[in-house]
Design a protein around this ligand. Structure first.
Ligand code: AMP
Length: 299
């Protein structure tokens, strides 16, 4: 089954203590769509300006991503710039230029409205609502978010939580949303806001799933070297929903393996700038890391 992904389609300028990489292909939807494409057909909903390099469009196409919902309009592509410290858990946003995203109100094609799996990747909650309003009975809807929307669009986000099956957010966002330090208690509070499944990401320490069946803890794939963690969270959720869309049976029965696949795709993302490493990965390489994670986590 296929996955519809809406989110930011961006140019990212990323600075680490060792290197500077301007105008890479980035954005929450780009990372998530490429990650999901290893497992299922993907439809991308987004907008870019006429400065968006053609080679990036080719890259989406090489991953079989349906670009009918990607608008190319006059103006500037969303541009995000960030700088990492030596400890790459610490990142500072230098610039966020919305560009053509400022006026983005996507109208979904008829064929897109029946997509069974929907990923509302990180973008303004109002836009996530706008896309969800146009979907006809999706089977599974996952939303991602970030601290910015908790700060400036909380009412919209709270309304969204009543409409989604799963929420994915990182540990500091879960604490901010619930005003609760203990993540187990925070997850329970988030269930009360709407989502049946709550997934809390903890960066290099993996991710926790809270569901009616209880808790599951997915490790992160251990890496010797992290080059650039930008988009790891988006790759995680993209891999997760792509894997789910490729499986038969109940969502509940497949979610744990979906988290492991998400963690593995995220690990590849961290090994290169932007999407450089993710786009080189093969399904076989993913399967090998999944097996390695199984060995690591078994006891
Ligand atoms: P992550 O590393 O998972 O937090 O995701 C980083 C990606 O999020 C980058 O590729 C950015 O282009 C994108 N991004 C940063 N700020 C925003 C924003 N305000 N809205 C949507 N996407 C954003």
């Amino acid at each position: 089954m296929s996955v519809l992904v809406v989110g930011s389609t961006a140019l990212d300028s990323i600075k680490t203590p060792y290197s500077e990489n301007p105008r890479l292909l980035g954005g929450s939807a780009s990372h998530a769509a490429v990650a999901a494409s290893f497992f299922a057909p993907v439809k991308l909903i987004g907008i870019v300006g006429d400065d968006f390099p053609k080679q990036y469009l080719r890259l989406y196409r090489r991953h079989g991503i349906d670009l009918e919902g990607l608008q190319v309009v006059p103006g500037k592509t969303f541009h995000w710039a960030g700088e990492y410290e030596v400890n790459m858990n610490n990142r500072r946003t230098l610039t966020t230029e919305l560009g053509v995203f400022e006026t983005f109100t996507p109208k979904l094609a008829n064929a897109h409205q029946d997509t069974p799996f929907v990923l509302l990747a990180n973008i303004a909650p109002a836009l996530q609502h706008h896309v969800l309003d146009q979907m006809r009975k999706p089977r599974f809807v996952v939303a991602d978010t970030m601290d910015l929307w908790l700060n400036i669009a909380l009412p919209d986000l709270l309304k969204l939580l009543k409409r989604v099956d799963a929420l994915v957010l990182n540990d500091s966002e879960a604490r901010q949303l619930t005003k609760e330090d203990n993540l187990m208690v925070a997850a329970r509070k988030i269930h009360k806001l709407g989502p049946k499944f709550v997934i809390i990401k903890k960066g290099e320490h993996g991710a926790i799933l809270s569901s009616p069946e209880g808790f599951f803890v997915s490790p992160a794939f251990p890496l010797d070297k992290v080059v650039d963690p930008t988009g790891a969270g988006d790759s995680f959720v993209g891999g997760l929903i792509g894997y789910l869309a490729s499986t038969k049976g109940k969502i509940e029965a497949n979610l744990r393996r979906a988290m492991i696949h998400g963690s593995v795709v995220a690990s590849f993302c961290c090994e290169g700038f932007g999407l450089k490493n993710t786009t080189k990965v093969t399904r076989q390489a993913i399967n090998e890391r999944v097996k390695a994670l199984e060995r690591i986590a078994r006891f």
